[in-house]
Design a protein around this ligand. Structure first.
Ligand SMILES: *[C@@H]1O[C@H](CO)[C@@H](O)[C@H](O)[C@H]1NC(C)=O
Length: 296
């Protein structure tokens, strides 16, 4: 990802963390742990442990990462730090917590003492179970987190109440939805049933969020859907190289609007004490594409 993207992604982090402590305390950890869920924008290596057809981050991904990354392989679908890293840095960590599937016994101990968190994200995955053949679906990611919590309690390093308290103070970050729109390109969904498809995306997303709430999440940062019609694959597949596909972008905007609406009513109806923020990745990427000179 370019430096322009890096600059914009910092903005995204600022949006997500706008309620965190002030600039002067930027290095102080604002949360005890970060738990990350979602797709390639935040995957830090889980897919390295999955067989095809799950996508793997190949060269030149990772070329701009500092050498400090343990193990050499970065597992990220970006040249440098990805959004999970940047947001974790904003709340006082060096980078994203490790990929869940990469955890060594020592890293598992750190995870179990809950002072790090874990990253369950899988490139290519989406909200729906049908999205991202071979990837870790959001449903499975939430299940892995449930297993993590159960193990933390069973390991008895912390009592049940302390685990719940730590989780309630931790940051839960989710970046998803973009890959679900691929269904419109491969025939699994059509523009005429777009409303039902988008409604199903939001309903399913809310179901997984409510499960995280039930498991103890109380601080949630969501990244909304990208302007999918401006992604390189989409532009060329629709036959015009520099214009974005307006119809595809409108699907993303409809999802984003419905997500904001349904999230607000779900919080009011059934998630008391949930603090959340939805960062407009759509707006940030659109600005970068329309006004590249502003970013660099
Ligand atoms: C998923 O991928 C496997 C392995 O490539 C393939 O055999 C299977 O048909 C795929 N399933 C779907 C639903 O595309």
């Amino acid at each position: 990802m370019s430096t322009a993207a890096g600059a914009a992604l910092l903005l995204a982090a600022a949006v997500v963390c706008s309620s965190a402590d002030g600039e002067s305390e930027a290095r102080r950890r604002a949360v005890p742990a970060v738990y990350v869920f979602g797709d390639s924008l935040v995957d830090v290596g889980n897919n390295d442990f999955l067989p095809p057809p799950a996508p793997r981050a190949g060269s030149p991904c990772g070329v701009d990462l500092p050498r400090a990354i343990p193990g050499g392989r970065t597992g990220r679908f970006t040249n440098g730090y990805n959004l999970a890293d940047i947001i974790a840095q904003r709340v006082g960590f060096d980078m994203s917590p490790l990929a869940y599937l990469s955890l060594t016994p020592q890293a598992s101990l750190d995870l179990l003492s809950s002072h790090v968190g874990a990253n369950y994200a899988s490139g290519g995955s989406g909200i729906l179970d049908d999205t991202g053949n071979g990837t870790i679906t959001l449903r499975e990611q939430v299940k892995m987190f449930a297993d993590t919590k159960a193990t933390m309690i069973k390991a008895n390093k912390l009592g049940n109440n302390r685990v719940n308290r730590l989780l309630s103070q931790s940051l839960f970050l989710i970046s998803t939805a973009g890959n679900d729109f691929l269904a419109f390109g491969d025939g699994r969904a059509t523009r005429s049933d777009a409303s039902a498809y988008i409604a199903k995306m939001v309903t399913t997303y809310l179901k997984h969020i409510k499960e995280l709430y039930r498991l103890g999440a109380r601080r949630l940062g969501l990244l909304d859907a990208l302007p999918i019609g401006c992604l390189p694959g989409c532009r060329t597949s629709f036959g015009h190289d520099d214009a974005c596909d307006a119809a595809a972008n409108s699907l993303a905007r409809r999802f984003n609007a419905l997500l904001r609406l349904e999230m607000a009513s779900a919080k009011a109806a059934s998630m008391p004490g949930m603090e959340y923020s939805i960062a407009s990745i759509y707006g940030i990427f659109s600005d970068m594409i329309t006004n590249p000179e502003l970013d660099n």
